[in-house]
Design a protein around this ligand. Structure first.
Ligand code: NAD
Length: 259
């Protein structure tokens, strides 16, 4: 077991990639603080399944007081923190024309500011346990699409946070690394695309340019790398940002892949 007796906080773990990470953490021997925005039923069902290894705390990360409450909830439930996975994010559309200042600020608050202040609040505990941080970014951090402007900016900021703290916190024994998932098929993603007008069977009809494997990445496939980053096996590596996409994000000639 890679995480035996460790306590890991996984934000946004009531569903999707966070849920898959939380399940793998428990399978690897850890206790997990399940966190989400307001999905109480989902969170309670997951905790019931995971048993004593899981505790639930719902909190809106746009609230500046949430990071302190989340850390306090983990300490109240388990007494220590051995790892933090900043996974929660607003995943939504927005372009230059339709993004309001309020909308933009909310993306930054949840996707960029909250991870930084969660690390700050967890610092005394992580320093004590020499526990790592894994941030879940996105390949959109490098540029992103026209209709993912505030989301992409928020993930670009997160990537800089990872590299900065991956450097400065390492001296204190805390490794900070990041995975940038490509396109992952979660239940929410399935629904989001249908809300955007795609047919129910859209995951079976992804153009090969986006999916050379002819299928999307699964949440479990992202989770397995996150577990490796959290484990002692990953060694002293810090400040790494690893793209988990089906093709290279930099240097690919898109014209070759048009169909
Ligand atoms: P999801 O929408 O399925 O789940 C998001 C989670 O974040 C939920 O638990 C939700 O409650 C929580 N959350 C959202 N807003 C919140 C808020 N204001 N306060 C507290 N919690 C909040 O998302 P997902 O697709 O599983 O994505 C998980 C992570 O992976 C995100 O960081 C996302 O940016 C990243 N990612 C996803 C994909 C993809 O294709 N699904 C691709 C690249 C990166």
């Amino acid at each position: 077991m890679k995480l035996k007796d460790k306590t890991i906080i996984v934000t946004g773990s009531t569903m999707g990639i966070g849920e898959a990470i939380a399940r793998r953490c428990v399978a690897e021997g850890a206790r997990v603080l399940i966190h989400g925005l307001d999905e109480r039923e989902l969170g309670e069902a997951l905790c019931a399944e995971l048993g004593e290894a899981a505790a639930l705390h719902l909190d809106d990360l746009s609230d500046t007081a949430a990071p302190a409450r989340i850390i306090a909830a983990a300490i109240a439930a388990f007494g220590s923190i051995d790892g933090l996975v900043n996974n929660a994010a607003i995943v939504a559309q927005g372009n230059l024309e339709d993004t309001t200042t309020e909308h933009f600020d909310r993306f930054i608050a949840v996707n960029t500011r909250a991870p930084m202040f969660l690390i700050k609040e967890a610092l005394p505990y992580l320093e004590k346990s020499q526990g790592p941080v894994v941030n879940i970014g996105s390949v959109n951090a490098y540029c992103g699409e026209e209709n993912l402007l505030p989301y992409s900016i928020s993930k670009g900021g997160l990537q800089t946070l990872t590299r900065n703290l991956g450097d400065t916190l390492h001296r204190r024994g805390i490794r900070v690394n990041q995975v940038n998932p490509g396109w992952v098929l979660t239940k929410q993603e399935q629904q989001r695309r249908m809300d955007q007008g795609m047919e129910e069977n859209w995951p079976t009809r992804i153009p090969v340019a986006y999916s050379p494997a002819r299928r999307l990445i699964t949440p479990e496939e992202i989770a397995s790398t996150v577990i490796h980053f959290l484990s002692a096996e990953f060694g002293p590596i810090s400040g790494a940002v690893v793209d988990l996409e089906q093709y290279p994000m930099i240097g690919r000639n898109p014209l070759k892949h048009l169909e």
